[in-house]
Design a protein around this ligand. Sequence first.
Ligand code: AP5
Ligand code: MG
Length: 214
Amino acid sequence: MSKGIVLFGAPGAGKGTLADKIKKILPVVHVSTGDLLRENVRGGTEVGKKAKEFMDQGKLVPDEMVIAMVKERISKDDVKKNGFMLDGFPRTVEQAQALDKVAKIDAVVVIDIKKEDLRKRILGRRSCTKCGKIYNIYNEKLMPKKAGFCDADGTALMQRDDDNEVTFEKRWNTYIGQSDAVINYYSKKPGMVRHVDGTRTMEMSEQELKKVLG
Ligand code: AP5
Ligand code: MG
């Protein structure tokens, strides 16, 4: 049966990186609201123009905009067939409630990590604009083979506009302001919330991951 997975964690916790690993063992569709919003910003759409103001300030984009975007994406055939893995959604109780009305969630994976471990991850992150592959220039295991270019397709890597010290602080505060309420919301359903150690998501074996995902 197709799965509904939610990946939850602070900015830079490793949601996108873990999603890439999970995709290799489960045929779920990866839906990152951050990536969808950035696509809209690049494309100059109305959604992108409105969202950019919030993203640049490290604030949450209004619920109604993000909820509409996710509903549309998860109504598509590929998701109906293969299930979904949401990355960065829901981030508020309102978003979680809206999601419950349209989809069944099997697991909420919370990536636990301390703030002091995140700064280097955020400042060192680079990503491919073509395939989305994520790198880190401060981590030997996560560096591209050729500096500045994607290993997979040779495209130049980019740094996100919100990956700077000032916006990171704001994103962190936004996360702290919402995270407990969302985790408490899902904790009411026994067995739903599964915690993973954010310092070792790269090392987790396929077996460990499958156990976490049930
Ligand atoms: P979004 O794009 O979701 O950003 P975020 O939540 O801040 O998370 P990141 O993408 O920064 O981090 P990640 O957890 O994916 O980490 P990654 O795997 O890349 O959202 C951006 C903005 O859009 C928000 O601020 C908001 O404005 C808006 N938005 C999005 N969703 C919204 C919603 N639902 N509601 C309202 N607004 C919304 O890894 C980070 C770095 O660490 C990489 O360099 C990676 O190589 C490295 N790394 C990963 N794992 C490890 C590891 N285990 N060890 C060492 N390094 C690691
Ligand atoms: Mg991400």
